[in-house]
Design a protein around this ligand. Structure first.
Ligand code: TNX
Length: 522
């Protein structure tokens, strides 16, 4: 009898401890990246079951879309068959409810409030974007295995409490250079999904450079048939048809991400100069280029045809791009005299404006006379960015020393360059955009962008090695107020994202600075 009792007690305790170990009850311990503005835990847990459905308020197609996005993330792994339904009032207990409130000023256009009790999950926001970001938080509150594509054994519990959350900056982005190496539409979409997971909302596509022209321009077809036919190292290159580009734009839009297309000029234009002899000063086409030097090519700023060419390109691109901004590059035009560069940039700004768009450009464009609403992307020279500020322009922060995803982690890590710096994961995280250059203040900054130049990476997995895990840090810099950011605390949350990134099939760099919580210790 006594022995039986002991066994019983042992079994009960084992079950209890087991439950405690895998039942999250403290919401403040959840590893959410980017870190939310406020978390108030209530010490219980909500259980997602086969009775759980997602209800959206009203009949809005946009809300249904967000509900379906969440269901599509949860169903493959949980196998719970979660359905999306519309409703005019809060649903019965056990369900997830997404609704718009429209009167919570603090939350702004992208914030959300998530209230989890032991019997319900309620997500509200002023705008659909906020609901979308709340959905990303819900994903991260569930166990990492929720991200796997195949059916997993439960349970599916979340800690209870209230999260109120909204971003510090309106521009939170990344860039992919598809010119040095071409990336397929599917690879681009995968990256867009990953950006959305971390609440980023801008994706800059570097569509042309010396090595390749990657967007179909119907009035100048050789740009892609010839200029898109190779890449760094001499591979076959590639390009997006206008239909494929529009498909990318739509895919991003559905994830609340704006595409910012870049046509780099007047330098970085060898692919165009190789495709059309008449664009060259001497009337002769250049050779296609597959190396990684920069600064040797330039459009002829004195030729009228150059501006006809740019007008055609910008017109077609603007018509395909719903976002407000077109990026005109403007960097490293070492083969263009400064007295030619300045009037060129001024004239290109007029062209962009004539097609109803605003200009974004690398920091060198601040040497010209900037139009109102122009954004200067600070990458190299603070003095250029400051010139932009003095002209009333806003600054997008992409300082190469802190934010370039193509910089190596250290001298032995694979892939990447190191001309600006080695950027270990802590260094990528530990800086404040508003406290880097004294003359560039918080109110001058639209946000942060982490660019990936692709000289050394040619496919999704190589790119991911450079992008992850640093992207999570850049996402947090863009979203979370600086007072709430701290490397020692962040690295613990990041460690818990190891398993999550694995589940998402992301091949991240396993930095030694982080004590990764992963299935197979790296
Ligand atoms: C500088 S960043 C460049 C790019 C290169 C990059 C490599 C910028 C505006 N120009 O053309 O790809 O360095 O890190």
């Amino acid at each position: 009898m006594k022995k039986q009792n002991t066994i019983l007690a042992f079994v009960v305790l084992t079950v209890l401890f087991g439950q405690m170990a895998c039942t999250p009850t403290d919401l403040s311990k959840a590893s959410i990246i980017p870190k939310p503005v406020s978390i108030v835990p209530t010490g219980d847990s909500f259980d997602l079951t086969d009775q759980t459905d997602i209800y959206v308020q009203g009949e809005s197609a946009e809300l249904l879309g967000i509900g379906q996005y969440l269901a599509d993330k949860l169903n493959p792994s949980t196998g719970l068959g979660i359905e999306v339904k519309t409703t005019s009032e809060a649903p019965a207990s056990g369900n997830i409810y997404l609704s718009l409130s429209e009167n919570d000023a603090e939350l702004g256009d992208e914030g959300y409030e998530l209230t989890i009790t032991d019997s319900s999950v309620k997500l509200t926001a002023n705008k659909p974007a906020g609901l979308f970001y709340g959905v990303q938080t819900i994903r991260q509150l569930l166990p990492s295995k929720v991200e796997l594509a195949t059916s997993q054994k439960g349970s599916w519990k979340m800690a209870t409490g209230t999260i109120r959350d909204y971003p510090e900056y309106g521009y939170r982005g990344s860039m992919l250079d598809v010119a040095r190496h071409f990336f397929e539409v599917e690879e681009v979409k995968t990256l867009i999904d990953q950006l959305a997971t971390y609440k980023m909302n801008r994706f800059h596509l570097h569509l042309s450079d010396d090595q390749g022209w990657r967007i179909e321009i119907k009035s100048w077809p050789n740009l892609t048939t010839h200029g898109g036919s190779t890449e760094v190292g001499g591979g076959p290159g590639g390009f997006y048809t206008q239909e494929q580009y529009s498909d990318i734009v739509k895919y991003a839009q559905e994830r609340f991400i704006t595409i910012i297309p870049e046509i780099d000029m007047p330098g970085h234009t060898n692919a165009a100069l190789a495709s059309y002899p008449e664009l060259n000063k001497n009337g002769k086409a250049t050779e296609l280029y597959t190396g990684i030097e920069v600064g040797f090519s330039s459009l002829d700023t004195h030729k009228e045809l150059t501006y006809k060419f740019i007008d055609d390109v910008i017109r077609e691109l603007a018509a395909l791009t719903p976002g407000e901004y077109i990026h005109i590059g403007g960097d490293e035009s070492h083969a263009t005299k400064i007295e030619d560069y300045i009037p060129f940039i001024n004239r290109v700004q007029d062209i962009v404006e004539a097609h109803g768009k605003k200009v974004l450009g690398w920091d060198e464009i601040a040497l010209a006379t900037l139009k109102p609403n122009t954004i200067v992307q600070y990458w190299a020279l603070a003095e250029n960015a400051v010139k932009g500020v003095k002209q009333g322009a806003k600054v997008l922060m992409s300082p190469a020393k802190n934010a370039y995803l193509d910089m190596q982690y250290d001298s032995v890590s694979t892939f990447g360059l190191h001309w600006a710096a080695y950027i270990e994961v802590d260094k990528g995280y530990n800086w404040d955009p508003a406290n880097l250059v004294p003359e560039i203040k918080r109110e001058n900054i639209v946000g942060i962008e982490a660019p990936l130049w692709s000289e050394t990476v040619s496919n999704r997995f190589e790119a991911e090695y450079l992008i992850f895990p640093r992207l999570l840090g850049y996402a947090e810099i863009g979203w979370t107020p600086v007072e709430l950011r701290n490397w020692d605390e962040y690295k613990v949350r990041l460690a818990n994202h190891g398993e999550r990134m694995e589940a998402m099939n992301i091949s991240f760099y396993p930095s030694k600075l982080v004590d990764w919580n992963v299935k197979d210790k790296k």
